[in-house]
Design a protein around this ligand. Structure first.
Ligand code: 0O2
Length: 267
C-alpha cells in the first residue's frame, strides 16, 4: 500500500480521536465548572503509527485488507483517573452515552495481565461524518489510574527496547513494581473522600474568585473607576484573610451591584 493511501485511511481515525478527546475533556470541565470532583483527571489520544499497525497485523496474521475491521485500536483514547473507583465511574459514563456503542470491555484492573499490566479497556464504535458520508470507527479507550499509567508507560518503553527478550531480573522487578502500584492505589482509595473534599472546595473557591474577577473587569467598563478600585481592594483584603464565607458573601453582593449597572445600561 502506498504512503498516500495510508494517509487517507488514517485521516478518519484522527478525526475520531480529536472529537473524542474534546468530548472527554468537556466532561472533566463540566464537573469542575459545577464545583464537583471530576473522575477524569487527564485525557490523551493518538492514532496508531503505520509501523505499529503493520507490526500488529504481522503478529496477529491479519491481511492488509482486514486491518480496519480486525485491529480495533488504530484510534486510541487514554483516560487517566486519580482513584480506582473513578475508573468504574468513567466506564459507566461511557456506557450511558448515545454516541459511543460498546463493542468490548476488558477489565485488566481486576484481571491483571501476566506482565503485571492493569487498566480498564473498552472498545467502542464511534460515528464520524466525513465528506464522503458517515463512517463508523473502532476506538480503544484505556482507563487507568495515574499510578497504573506510570507503571504501564515505563513497562511499555522497556518492552519496546527488549521486544521478546526482556531479562528475567528486569521482568521480576517490574512485577514487584506492579504489586507496589496495587498497594499504592489501595492506600490512595482509603483517603479518596478527604482528597475529593479538598479538591471540591478548591474548585468551588476558584470558581467564586473567577466570578468576582470577571465582575470587577466588567465594572471597569461601566462604573466609576475610583469605586471599582475600592471594590478591588476590598476583594484583595477578604481574599488574603482566607475567609471563604466572607468571600462568597462578597461575590453575591458584587453580583447585585453588577446587575444594577447592567440594568442601568440597558434602560
Ligand atoms: P500500543 O503501542 O500502546 O498501541 P494482545 O496482543 O492480544 O495482548 P490486544 O488484542 O491488542 O493485545 O489487546 P489488549 O491486550 O487489550 O492490548 C491493547 C493495548 O493495551 C496495547 O496496545 C497496549 O497499549 C496495552 N497493553 C496491553 N498489555 C500491556 C502490557 O502488558 N504492558 C503495557 N505497558 N501495555 C499493555 P499495543 O498495540 O500493544 O501497543
Amino acid at each position: 500500500m502506498e504512503i498516500q493511501m495510508w494517509r487517507s485511511i488514517l485521516e478518519p481515525y484522527a478525526l475520531a480521536v480529536d472529537e473524542l478527546k474534546v468530548k472527554f475533556e468537556h466532561i472533566r470541565e463540566a464537573y469542575r465548572k459545577d464545583g464537583l470532583y471530576s473522575p477524569i483527571e487527564l485525557v490523551d489520544g493518538r492514532v496508531k503509527s503505520i509501523s505499529s499497525i503493520l507490526e500488529k497485523a504481522q503478529k496477529k496474521h491479519i491481511s492488509l485488507d482486514d486491518i480496519e475491521t480486525q485491529i480495533d485500536d488504530i484510534a486510541g483514547i487514554r483516560i487517566i483517573c486519580q482513584f480506582i473507583e473513578d475508573i468504574y465511574i468513567v466506564a459507566d459514563l461511557i456506557r450511558k452515552r448515545a454516541d459511543m456503542k460498546i463493542v468490548e470491555e476488558l477489565d485488566y484492573v481486576k484481571n491483571t495481565k501476566a506482565s503485571g499490566y492493569r487498566s480498564y479497556h473498552m472498545v467502542i464504535k464511534y460515528r464520524i461524518e466525513t465528506i464522503h458520508g458517515p463512517k463508523d470507527i473502532f476506538c480503544e479507550i484505556q482507563i487507568r489510574t495515574l499510578a497504573m499509567n506510570f507503571w504501564a508507560t515505563i513497562e511499555h518503553s522497556l518492552q519496546y527496547k527488549y521486544k521478546q527478550n526482556m531479562p528475567e531480573t528486569l521482568r521480576t522487578r517490574l512485577l514487584k513494581a506492579a504489586e507496589a502500584i496495587v498497594v499504592l492505589d489501595r492506600e490512595m482509595s482509603l483517603v479518596r473522600g478527604e482528597i475529593m473534599d479538598a479538591q471540591n472546595s478548591f474548585t468551588v473557591k476558584s470558581n467564586v474568585v473567577a466570578d468576582i474577577l470577571n465582575n470587577i473587569q466588567n465594572l471597569y467598563k461601566v462604573a466609576n473607576k475610583r469605586e471599582v478600585v475600592k471594590i478591588q481592594d476590598e476583594f484583595f483584603k477578604i481574599y488574603q484573610e482566607g475567609d471563604y464565607d466572607a468571600l462568597t458573601q462578597f461575590a453575591k453582593e458584587l453580583d447585585i451591584i453588577s446587575e444594577g449597572y447592567r440594568a442601568q445600561s440597558l434602560g
